[in-house]
Design a protein. Structure first.
Length: 338
């Protein structure tokens, strides 16, 4: 996958925030959290993840975001990755994350997660990452009317999960054999808190007007400007306007969605290897992965470009549906069409 381009870029408390929400960009249908945090946020949880060397033209926060999109971060889903240059937002604040290893506890379900990208060297780049993390944490606490006592470590939630007792800071720094995180900040947690507090004291954080806004164009091909049906700031709106034989292109001419055409009941399709099978048109949870020859149950397009499939042509259209439909597959996983 090519280097990602944010939908919007803003500046929050001096930190550049590149927004690329997994709720809008999930081409590989990775599993996603689904619990709402709207009106329930109680704090910010700080993590550390290791520094990585990246290609020219990008930053570690972008590459961690890209790795998440590619399903290479296992079941980790966080709101922000932050490095020495910028932060990348992966989840809206209204959606819980998977980061605290406390299941349905308050860590996952009620706090905004920041992964601060650092190394054990604690060099100038590490210190800048930490500073950006402190600025972002302060801005988020202020946004939700919270004070420094609502700043948590990953280890805090592990200790709560394990039934430990103590003050917030005792639980933040108390040894936990499962994990001590943020590993590179915990040794000087008190100093880090003071830094966050100083940014809280500095005044109301400012948010700049987005400097870039992604525009999606609907055309037959990027080169065929005359065929354009419209230009949209919302990818979902662009998809809705995308007719058969047209594609949605981003500002750089990359096709991000293609309307492959109409399919018919009973049509034979060759499903590509390792294709995710879903139990419904809307779920993000993969039932299993499949490949081989299947048949379109009714040829009706459902949400997210998915079609119901079945294993035999004589099963097409038969009821009860649950007995004959194997599941839902996105049409862009269809290979050779019979």
């Amino acid at each position: 996958m090519a280097i990602l381009r944010p939908d919007t870029s803003t500046t929050l408390n001096g930190v550049r925030i590149n927004e690329y929400l997994l709720t809008k960009h999930n081409p590989n249908h990775i599993d996603m959290p689904s619990v709402s945090m709207a009106g329930k946020i109680i704090g910010v949880t700080v993590h550390n993840t290791d520094w990585i060397t990246v290609a020219s033209g990008t930053t570690p926060a972008e590459q961690y975001t890209r790795a998440t999109v590619n399903n290479n971060m296992k079941d980790v889903r966080v709101h922000y990755y932050v490095d020495n240059v910028c932060a990348w937002q992966n989840l809206p604040h209204s959606l819980s994350g998977w980061h605290a290893a406390d299941g349905s506890g308050n860590g996952n379900r009620r706090t905004i997660a920041i992964e601060c990208i650092m190394s054990s060297a604690y060099n100038s780049m590490d210190k800048k990452s930490e500073d950006n993390c402190a600025k972002l944490a302060a801005a988020l606490l202020k946004q939700y009317g919270l004070d420094i006592n609502h700043l948590y470590t990953h280890t805090h939630w592990l200790n709560v999960r394990d039934g430990r007792n103590g003050t917030i800071d005792q639980l933040n720094t108390m040894y936990n054999r499962y994990k001590m995180c943020p590993a590179y900040i915990l040794p000087h947690w008190a100093e880090f808190k003071k830094k966050v507090q100083s940014y809280l004291n500095a005044g109301t954080p400012t948010i700049s007007v987005p400097s870039t806004k992604q525009i999606y164009r609907v055309r037959k091909s990027w080169a065929d400007a005359k065929s354009q049906l419209g230009a949209y700031s919302s990818l979902e709106n662009a998809k809705k306007a995308c007719k058969t034989g047209y594609s949605v292109f981003d500002a750089n001419g990359n096709a991000v969605y293609t309307n492959g055409g109409k399919f018919t009941k009973g049509q034979k399709v060759a499903i590509r290897a390792n294709t995710p099978l879903f139990a419904s048109a809307e779920t993000t949870s993969v039932t299993r992965r499949i490949s081989g020859t299947y048949y379109l149950y009714d040829g009706i397009a459902c949400k997210n470009g998915r079609y119901r499939i079945t294993t035999k042509p004589e099963f097409c259209g038969k009821t009860p549906v649950g007995q004959y439909v194997t599941g839902y597959v996105s049409w862009d996983n269809f290979g050779v069409i019979g």
